[in-house]
Design a protein around this ligand. Structure first.
Ligand SMILES: *Cc1c(COP(=O)(O)O)cnc(C)c1O
Length: 364
């Protein structure tokens, strides 16, 4: 049996008419930037998240970067980020001129370990950026407590966690602002690059919007040296066609994850841990195995696609050489890089396919 790591085909087959209608609507209207589709999607997505404001932007990295910029973060400031995340989290900090300070994750959840945050706070620390990695919420209570105590901003990276909840509350509603990515492979994906920032703060929302629109609050009037990062009408319309199906599709991912967790019985494999009161959306189903590379080879030889999130931790990336963080300095992130393996996870995966993946893992 051949099972890809990810495919959009079953979803696209189902949503085909809605997507084509969206395209026809825009093409007939012939209006492509800053229009009714963007406005409608922003309204719908804010409602979905449970926030007052949503600002459509060009991609997830820009959503994070613009949120930091709008909060006034820049040179000389420190931003606390997890050592185990996609590089965009750290790059958002670097792009505004601030310095990322890496905090190790809890090896069980892969997410930032709140117990390690306080020791890293200095008088230059301005923001905590929790990342709800692989679709599971971070342990937000202690994180918010620390943020309040030290008067720090919180910017959530929700790029992998559309709809995930912590104690019944959706991610993106805890901090001052949050960034979402609609990269095609994300749980809610556009047909190209797209992203959004959400917040309950009107002033912040206005500033994020202006910064992503040439620093302009009205046409040809520029109050900031902004950049160009807007959600275009086509992508907004595609996202509006998909959003009503997100909950159902997340539910389907939870079903796949549950089958994996119940079915994988190989003592060499550690299945992911879900913290109590969390409902994850399983952007990634990541197992850990000491013989990860051999397990990956075994799966690939049996026709099963896999991936690693992420094979090189950020502090060991060439581009962050200047931080001078040696190998061994962040051992938990490095251990995850060395042992994590992501299994196929996509809407439309059949029971037969899920069972085959389980069987092949248990045979290893
Ligand atoms: C995908 C991702 C981003 C960046 O989103 P883009 O839309 O690709 O710019 C940021 N953070 C995390 C954790 C991501 O997975």
């Amino acid at each position: 049996m051949k099972i890809p790591f990810v495919t959009f085909l079953p979803m696209e087959k189902e949503l085909n008419n809605g997507i084509r209608d969206a395209f026809d609507r825009i093409f007939t209207r012939s209006w492509y930037i800053e229009g009714v589709e963007d406005e409608a999607f922003e309204k719908a997505f804010a409602e979905y998240c449970g926030t007052e404001y949503c600002i459509g932007v060009g991609n997830g990295l820009d959503a994070l970067m613009l949120a930091l910029k709008a909060l006034g973060i820049g040179e000389g400031d420190e931003v606390i980020v997890p050592s185990n995340t996609y590089i965009a989290t750290a790059l958002a900090v670097t792009y505004v001129g601030a310095s990322p300070v890496f905090i190790e994750p809890d090896i069980r959840t892969f997410n930032i370990n709140p117990e390690l945050i306080e020791a890293a706070i200095t008088d230059r620390t301005k923001v905590i950026m929790p990342v709800h990695l692989y679709g599971q919420a971070c342990d937000m209570d202690p994180i918010m407590e620390i943020a309040h105590h030290y008067n720090l901003f919180v910017v959530e990276d929700c790029a992998q966690a559309h709809g995930a909840t912590y104690k019944g509350k959706k991610v993106g509603t805890f901090g001052d602002a949050a960034g979402f990515s609609f990269y095609p492979g994300k749980n809610l994906g556009a047909l190209g690059d797209a992203g959004a920032a959400v917040t309950n703060d009107k002033e912040l929302a206005d500033k994020i919007r202006a910064l992503g629109n040439y620093g302009s609050d009205c046409k040809y009037h520029h109050i900031y040296k902004g950049n160009n990062s807007r959600l275009d009408e086509l992508q907004a319309a595609f996202l509006s066609a998909k959003l009503p199906h997100l909950e159902r599709m997340n539910e389907e991912r939870r079903r796949i994850a549950q089958m994996y967790t119940e079915g994988i019985r190989n003592p060499k494999v550690i299945t992911p841990y879900v913290i109590p009161n969390c409902v994850p959306v399983w952007h990634i189903y990541g197992i850990r195995c000491k013989d990860r590379d051999a397990l990956e080879k075994h799966l690939n030889e049996k026709g099963i696609g896999t991936n690693k999130h992420y094979p090189i931790p950020i502090h060991l990336q060439e581009c962050y050489k200047d931080l001078k963080i040696q190998k061994g300095a962040l051992p938990v992130a490095e251990k995850i890089s060395d042992t994590e393996l992501s299994l196929p996870m996509f809407y439309g995966m059949t029971d037969e396919e899920i069972k085959y993946v389980i069987k092949v893992i248990n045979e290893f």
